[in-house]
Design a protein around this ligand. Structure first.
Ligand code: SF4
Length: 328
């Protein structure tokens, strides 16, 4: 009789100390005079059927992080494991099987869909490129995907401009599903949609997750949107994760002043509950020359002298809850 394995399941995605620094070049000789530290050492993992929300203001590095995870841009350093296999350093050919496992849904469905292709060809293209299906078989698979995301198979012959914004995002989701991926990175996938349509698309993503045990990295500037789909949330500020916990903890017991400020802008549906509004002063500083010490000290209402010189490490303050702040 075989003993049942007690080993923890391997995460679908494991990211460790991931960095992406872009060189800043100047002058005739294009000499490197500095670096934009867009992503500066982030770590997280996503299990099967789980969603991790990556949140922060525009310019915090979350989109770069999403693209680096998929190796759509090359990371500067760090480790990315997909189903336990390291993918950093793999050649284009070696990456091919992993490309099928990892897909992306973009923010702007209009610019991410080729306007000269009919919707059926857009969704079916990955099936042809990866040699999965062609002809009648491909048509049937695409028709099934259309139906699954709430479109009609008859709409396969329509061009992107003949669809509404929400329908175009459904086409983007169908295309991402075509190869049966394990992981989908959603880069602000509902931000361009009306609020009522946002809810429909999020519900579709949740249904698909249940059905197919999909894992999502859900990137958004909007905590209220992320709350509805994420199991855990990573809050990013200037290239670093400053707080990481399950969704309930982030919403009920946020510990980082930046998370508190982001949360205070989220509307509370119950008028009896009042949240103290904390308006963040100024914009996110430039990642070319981030503030010393704790990057947040220039906007933090609790900043002390040491915050300007000492970067707080991301410490676990309770099981599964990590915070980067000297006061916690
Ligand atoms: Fe604010 Fe200091 Fe905490 Fe940074 S370390 S968040 S500046 S209190």
């Amino acid at each position: 009789m075989t003993t049942p394995s007690t080993a923890a399941p391997v995460p679908v995605l494991e990211v460790h100390d991931l960095k992406k620094h872009f060189p800043v070049r100047k002058g005739l000789l294009r000499r490197t005079v500095g670096h934009v530290r867009a992503v500066d050492g982030i770590s997280f993992a996503i299990g099967e059927g789980e969603t991790v929300g990556l949140v922060g203001e525009s310019g915090c590095g979350k989109t770069t992080a999403g693209r680096a995870v998929l190796r759509l841009i090359e990371p500067s350093s760090g480790s990315i494991k997909v189903m336990g296999q390291e993918i950093v350093g793999l050649s284009k050919a070696e990456m091919r099987p992993y490309r099928r496992q990892m897909q992306i849904v973009f923010q702007d469905p209009f610019s991410s869909l080729n306007p000269r292709m009919v919707a059926g060809d857009i969704v079916g293209e990955p099936l042809s490129v990866h040699g999965v299906a062609r002809g009648r078989e491909r048509r049937d698979m695409v028709a099934a995907l259309f139906e699954r995301v709430g479109l009609r198979a008859a709409q396969m012959e329509n061009f992107p401009h003949q669809f509404s914004g929400g329908q175009r995002q459904r086409i983007g989701i169908a295309r991402a599903l075509a190869l049966g991926p394990k992981l989908i990175v959603g880069d602000e996938p509902v931000s361009a949609l009306d609020v009522s349509i946002q809810a429909q698309v999020i519900n579709l993503l949740k249904d698909l997750q249940r059905e197919r045990k999909l894992s999502y990295l859900f990137i958004s500037h909007n905590l209220a949107v992320v709350e509805h789909i994420s199991h855990r949330i990573a809050v990013m500020y200037l290239g670093r994760i400053v707080e990481y916990a399950d969704t309930r903890t982030i919403f009920t017991r946020p510990q980082h002043p930046y998370t508190e400020a982001l949360l205070s802008a989220v509307p509370v549906p119950d008028p009896a509950i009042k949240r103290r509004r904390r308006v963040l002063q100024g914009d996110v500083p430039s990642p070319v020359k981030p503030p010393s010490g704790c990057h947040f000290h220039t906007r933090c209402p609790y900043a002390e002298a040491r915050c300007k010189v000492e970067a707080p490490p991301l410490r676990e303050i309770s099981p599964g809850h990590r915070v980067a702040c000297h006061l916690r």
